[in-house]
Write a protein that binds this ligand. Sequence first.
Ligand code: PMP
Length: 386
Amino acid sequence: MRAVYLDYNGSAPLDPRVAEIMVPILTDGIGNASSIHHFGRQQSVAVDEARELVAAMVGGRSSNVVFTAGATEANNLALRGAVEGALADRPRILISAVEHASVRQTARWLDEHGLTKLDVIPVTNAGFVDLDALESMLDTDVLLVSVMAANSETGILNPVEEIAKRTHAVGALLHCDATQSAGRLPFDLERTGADLVSLSSHKICGPTGVGALVGTRRGLRRLQPIIHGGGHEHGLRSGSLNVAGIVGFGAAARIATDERTSESARVAKARDRLTAALKSRLSRVHDIGDVTRRLPNTANVRFEGADAEAVVINMGPVAVSTGSACSSGSIEPSEVLLAMGIPRDAAFESVRFSLGRFTTREDVELAVESAVTAVEHVRYMARRSA
Ligand code: PMP
């Protein structure tokens, strides 16, 4: 059986058009983009073009793009940079209960080290931020609110515009981790009202190891650097620029901006075909979260009575993922699903299918066959050992 890749939210395959643009930089690009000689200037022109393309993807200004090594670093810079640049009268930060580990662990670290006080905003059973809870937690002592645009495990979208309005009403900054949504859905920095936005290249078919924090001037001015050195990227992120990676990210952003509307429509149809087939072929298949407000490429489903790890292993060459993680040697259920009020047992039975640009009709058919066989087998084994 041929391999099928349905784990785009983990990392999307590199678009060959992006690779083609990167190759000349890798083979012929010489020099440090900060050098003033001819070679260096050529590198910096290429970086500036990519800066424009990345900014355009989220409706930002190219002068407000800080390139990083990925969204993990962008999230660290947003949270830690804001806390370190903060005035004493704003000692609290708020993050949602379903943030990516790079937000969650950074926020916990800042709290544990006494640098801020962390409060976690609950989400509804449908998976998005509870606006009433947010309202009751917001006050003029809040420095920053961090809420993702779309959740990587469930695809559920947050009401970012509403959150921005409430956050700004108390004078706090809004950081939005748009890693999973920018490039798949339109995202406009001005309209959404986010002050800082994290992005990652490898989720949009660009190279891994590059991302950006894009901000408004107001947002970026409030940050302290977390990496010190030669003062690159307006002093916010020192280190020689990864020119080939950045150029690849720019190319991926351009393709995503041009194609996201048609691509999303096509991918959503494929995703819906997949889940409809699973539900018609198998009993006790449940959607996780509110499926009317989620990313076009993501489906998180619970196969009741079938352990998700076992299902994934039995799916062989069809790559999907579970939200559970290995922590201190034991498997822990997804914190995201638990935060949505999903019981532990059910959380262990959820599988994420994430499709994308290169997913074909045949891929979907093979994935359905493979999932049906795997779930039936795992359920049968569970009944036998019961
Ligand atoms: N935020 C979200 C929502 C993500 O899904 C991911 C990647 N899984 C990250 C941040 C981290 O991105 P990177 O791999 O670029 O560090």
